[in-house]
Design a protein around this ligand. Structure first.
Ligand code: 5GP
Ligand code: MG
Length: 497
């Protein structure tokens, strides 16, 4: 496999979940994944441990959690420990082989792993491991973690060897990872030193739960205990939960601010701050920063809902739902033919024409990536007879790609990388366009700036990109310049919530 191939390591944002010490571990994991479905709709999987030294039970499949797990499959996954994963990827490798959790049997015993985030030195590590004889089953960076775990640390299949091997493994991998690992007798959770991706701890009837987001704890009535800290490893076994912090803490943290802006579910809490409230505050700040006289504030559902509420509240302009969302769109629209190009954006939302006719409308969305969504909405509004269309975006312009797990395309596909605000406004056909600024966005989240990764906005990457694959990709784009902005636009599939 050519490491220069951009599909070498499909970038992905995902959801992970784990249960230790509950008779219905797999069923709880199923519900946990259900609540994390917005983090990935491509594939889902659960691995359970029916008993110490019995073979793990595995079920993985392509599609939504509800499609992948018929009731019989959940019943087949027995035992008091389980881990699960939902995967999101748009880089082509829509492949059952890349579905997680990944399972292996090695000198450390059986291991299962579910990973959220992107490693930035995956190519280098994979080449090194392959040179030493490792044989890879998938094209995901996550598999590197299991291969390292198999190799590193003292020989033997006991818990102490596994603990040591995960410590050494985390010392080798760089980039973003929130992961859950199941060994022969324990569950381990770990978060990279910068804390790019969320991971939290919950408790339910004496059982421990790990989850990407707190909304999944709510669903199963688990009590939120705390976040796994950046750089922390938690080992959950017969003795309870132990926290290991084997490495020197980083001077800064780098929670992905886009989790607050778009990715996390509004009913989740990140680092102690409610996501929906943060989005409302972003909308309020946006109204202060970019006021305009208008008759109506309209969200682009669902991603713009809370920011639009905040904007309306702060400006005193009435809030109205004018776009109606079809909630039953699956991933099937991801392969549009020429004929159905731009069909994706229309099938998702329909406009109530009477609500906007003759009105000056402020349209609020969370972000503009390629510009496809906003442009299509302006066309809808004009066709419906809106007098003016003002676009307000609750984060700054996206100018830089993400290397840590959010699927932002290459710079050539990011409209703000190619055009200035005035040109974007023209391209979108809007009367005005206003983005939130970085300082207000950060303030709305309630944490200091040095707690966040803001790389997609300001190009300041907390972890250097080590991979030749990524470097080559960046270099290629630097020399070829702008790509066709609307190419692949239709494959942007809105999340299902
Ligand atoms: P655009 O149409 O400008 O390319 O994308 C903007 C829209 O995509 C916004 O409505 C935003 O909510 C959504 N969006 C932003 N980031 C992501 C992402 O990582 N994945 C998906 N599926 N949608 C996104
Ligand atoms: Mg959206």
């Amino acid at each position: 496999m050519d490491p220069a191939d951009s599909a070498y390591f499909p970038s992905h944002e995902c959801g992970v979940f784990a249960v230790y010490g509950h008779p219905n571990a797999a069923e709880l994991t199923y519900y946990g994944l259900y609540a994390l479905q917005h983090r990935g709709q491509e594939s889902a999987g659960i691995v359970s441990a029916p008993g110490n030294s019995l073979p793990f039970e595995v079920h993985r499949g392509m599609g939504l959690v509800s499609q992948v797990f018929p009731e019989a499959e959940i019943k087949r996954l027995t035992g008091t420990r389980a881990i699960g994963h939902v995967r999101y990827s748009t880089t082509g490798s829509s492949n059952i082989k890349n579905a997680q959790p990944i399972t292996v049997t090695c000198s450390k015993g059986q291991l299962a792993i579910a990973h959220n985030g992107n490693l930035v030195n995956a190519g280098i590590l994979r080449e090194e491991l392959e040179a030493q004889g490792s044989i890879f089953q998938t094209t995901t960076d996550s598999e590197i973690i299991v291969h390292l775990m198999a190799k590193l640390g003292p020989a033997g299949g006991g818990p102490a060897a596994r603990e040591q091997s995960i410590i050494e493994t985390l010392g080798r991998i760089q980039g973003a990872f929130s992961l859950v690992v199941m060994g022969e007798s324990e569950i381990i959770g770990a978060r990279d030193a910068f804390g790019f991706r969320p991971l939290c701890i919950g408790k339910l009837d004496g059982a421990y739960v790990l989850s990407s987001e707190t909304c999944a704890l709510d669903l199963i009535h688990a009590e939120f205990v705390r976040d796994v800290e950046p750089g922390e490893i938690v080992v959950i076994d017969e003795q309870g939960l132990r926290s290991l912090k084997p490495y020197v803490p980083k001077p800064r943290q780098a929670l992905c601010v886009f989790e607050f802006v778009y990715f996390a579910r509004p009913d989740s809490t990140l680092s102690g701050h409610g996501v929906s409230q943060a989005r409302i505050r972003m909308g309020q700040a946006l109204a202060r920063l970019h006021p305009v006289e208008a008759d109506l504030v309209v969200p682009i559902p669902d991603s713009g809902n809370y920011a639009a509420l905040g904007y309306a509240e702060e400006s005193g302009i009435p809030y109205g739902q004018a776009f109606v969302r079809n909630h039953y769109i699956g991933r099937t629209f991801l392969q549009p033919s020429q004929l159905t190009r731009s069909f994706g954006v229309r099938v998702k939302l329909n406009l109530i024409k009477a609500a906007v006719k003759g009105k000056r409308v402020i349209v609020v969305d969370d972000s503009i990536v390629r510009g496809t969504t906003a442009r299509a909405r302006v066309v809808n509004l004009r066709e419906a007879g809106a007098k003016e269309v003002h676009i307000r975006i609750s984060c700054p312009p996206h100018r830089h790609p993400c290397h840590y797990g959010i699927d932002f395309p290459d710079p050539a596909d990011l409209i703000a990388n190619q055009m200035d605000a005035e040109a974007i406004k023209k391209y979108l056909g809007a009367d005005s366009l206003g983005y939130l600024d970085t300082a207000s966005m950060v303030r709305a989240c309630g944490l200091p700036e040095d707690r966040f990764c803001l790389a997609c906005f300001n190009g300041d990457y907390p972890v250097e990109v080590k991979d030749e694959a990524d470097k080559l990709r960046l270099e290629r784009h630097a020399t070829t310049g702008a790509g066709p902005l609307l190419d692949e636009a239709d494959v942007w599939q809105e999340h299902l919530i």
